[in-house]
Design a protein around this ligand. Structure first.
Ligand code: ZN
Ligand code: ZN
Length: 314
């Protein structure tokens, strides 16, 4: 097996591209796709203050590392969604990685906003699906911290498989608003909304894992123990099956969307009108944002619970 670029002995075979490469040319190929996404979608430039949302998973770790390597000087932001050994160890791993590359880690604790509860416990009390509630809290706090600390761009590790499976789900249900927002970069459309960018959208998940392993980037294999039932995983599995039958189909599906979106989906600016939440001032489509509404009803339920238990004692 020879490297297609230089003819030396290849060390990887990228099944999605049917491409054999030596170590050096794999890095060049992989990082080249990240550079292409950054430039093509005008994600950010060297003067921007960038913060990467990190969970400890391979995607966000690789995004953090590559932006550092490409000279963007990013910081990283970790949201603690609860407490306990796993979360402490994740934070420790992130901290030592930050030190090893000379980057800064910012940590925000979600339990401070949820009356001491983890997102999982809060979701249970609110009778909301843990995955979507947790995702909402994460998105809210990532934006809030990035905004308050004056960052220009919030980077996430969403990869090609994530974006393609999300797109498939949105198309199956013809959710036009979501289809439009599947884009690799989301501009600032509200004064308290930070621009978002996903520099790994052109990279397959398998290749990201390979890159992390070869570069010796530490990561956790399963970040969220509650994500088993997530519908996005069903679409991801479907696409994996398709990919095994038709090599490269996931990439061509997603590239087709990037190419054709303008023609097929006309942007309707009126439809995405954002208000400011009357409690926190962050963007919302209603009067009060979902985060503040959840906090309010969590408070009510906890008070009722406390009242009830005191009643028993009396
Ligand atoms: Zn080579
Ligand atoms: Zn709010």
């Amino acid at each position: 097996m020879k490297c297609r670029k230089c003819g030396r002995e290849a060390s990887v075979k990228l099944k999605h591209y049917n491409l054999s490469l030596c170590e050096e040319h794999f890095y060049e190929f992989f990082e080249g796709r990240v550079k292409k996404a950054i430039n093509k979608f005008k994600m950010f430039s060297k003067g921007d203050r960038i913060i990467v949302a990190v969970s400890g998973g391979k995607d966000s770790m690789v995004a953090w590392y590559i932006l550092h390597r490409l000279g963007y000087n990013p910081d990283a932001l970790f949201i603690r969604l609860g407490s306990g050994k796993v979360i402490d160890e994740t934070q420790e791993m992130l901290k030592s990685f930050a030190e090893s590359i000379g980057s800064r880690l910012v940590v925000e604790d979600a339990t401070n906003y949820l009356y001491g509860l983890s997102t999982f416990e809060a979701a249970r009390i609110l009778r909301k699906p843990a995955c979507s509630f947790c995702g909402m809290v994460k998105r809210y706090l990532l934006n809030k911290v990035a905004f308050e600390k004056g960052y220009d761009v919030l980077v996430t590790g969403h990869n090609l498989d994530d974006e393609a499976s999300q797109l498939l789900g949105n198309i199956l249900h013809w959710q036009k608003g979501y289809i439009l927002r599947n884009w690799p970069v989301l501009e600032k459309t509200h004064e308290k909304l930070v621009k978002k960018a996903k520099p790994l959208v052109l990279n397959y998940e398998d290749d990201i894992k390979l890159y992390a392993k070869m570069r010796g980037i530490p990561f956790l294999s399963e970040v969220c123990p509650f994500s088993f039932g997530a519908t996005s995983k069903v679409y991801k599995k479907l696409l994996e099956e398709l990919e095994s039958e038709q090599r490269g189909v996931v990439l061509s599906f997603y590239l087709g969307y990037l190419r054709e979106k303008k023609e097929f989906f006309k942007t309707d600016d009126k439809a995405v009108k954002l208000n400011s939440c009357k409690v926190c001032g962050y963007p919302t489509t209603s009067e009060m944002c979902y985060f503040c509404r959840s906090r309010e009803s969590l408070k009510k339920r906890l008070e009722r619970k406390k009242g009830a238990s005191q009643g028993v004692i009396r």
